[in-house]
Design a protein around this ligand. Structure first.
Ligand code: ADE
Length: 237
């Protein structure tokens, strides 16, 4: 079974992917439309996860149990945390962590109870090829200043839009490159099922006081074009 899942958290991305599929047909599960068809010659299922960790976990569970996908790529945007992770850059996760997981003092902060770990690794080969595809896309788009970053991405059920919250996150998790709202939930579900996955995010804002303005502008203008280009390049590489 070689069905590949491509998951987006935003309508704009989903629209761009669907427009590029010649034969998509919707399969309805749990209030979501899972679009099954082809992209760049591969069998794919494309779905809008909706926003947040629970929505991502539900979507991933359905992809794995009902559609039996062989791997999952989660796309979308993220807020930059580390210095040098700027709007327009791309972040490919090597590991993911739920920054709002806190069962202390029963378990260490961030540790997912009964898993004995706080970080979940993405598939190394998928992440490597998605990073290559991302570099090629930045080049194609003439984004010569933009960079591709690899490392820790943190997820939580909060849109980080205040400098103080950003500072606190960076102090607590100094190696975090970027923050978003779904990736670590997908990671935990894929870990449970033993299925490879990757997370690729374009940086839409700096997770600070102007995050909401930057985010809206970026999503409308750039995010969906990048997503389609990266996924297509990855599939054809
Ligand atoms: N996704 C994009 N920007 C974000 C932010 N600032 N916080 C959480 N998720 C995001």
């Amino acid at each position: 079974m070689t069905l590949i899942a491509i998951v987006g958290a935003m309508h704009e991305e989903l629209r761009a992917l669907l427009e590029a599929m010649p034969d998509e047909r919707p399969v309805l599960r749990a209030g979501r439309e899972f679009w099954v068809g082809h992209l760049a010659g591969h069998e794919v299922v494309v779905v809008l996860s909706r926003i947040g960790k629970v929505a991502a976990a539900t979507t991933a569970t359905l992809l794995l149990s009902e559609f039996e996908v062989s791997r999952i790529v989660f796309t979308g945007t993220a807020g930059g945390l580390a210095p040098g992770v700027n709007v327009g850059d791309i972040v490919v996760a090597d590991t993911l962590l739920q920054h709002d997981m806190d069962a202390s003092p029963l378990f260490p902060r961030h540790e997912v109870p009964l898993y004995g770990r706080d970080r979940f690794e993405t598939d190394a080969a998928m992440s490597h090829h998605l990073a290559d595809a991302s570099r090629a896309v930045l080049n194609d788009f003439g984004a010569t200043q933009a960079q591709v970053h690899r490392g820790l991405v943190v997820s939580g059920d909060r849109f980080v839009s205040e400098r103080a919250e950003n500072d606190a996150l960076c102090a607590r998790l100094p190696d975090a490159l970027a923050v978003e709202m779904e990736g670590a939930a997908l990671a935990q579900v894929c870990h449970d099922f033993g299925v490879p996955f990757a997370v690729v995010r374009t940086v839409s804002d700096r997770a600070d006081d102007s995050a909401h303005v930057d985010f809206n502008r970026f999503v409308a203008e750039v995010a969906s074009r990048y997503t389609l280009a990266i996924v297509t390049r990855w599939l054809t590489s």
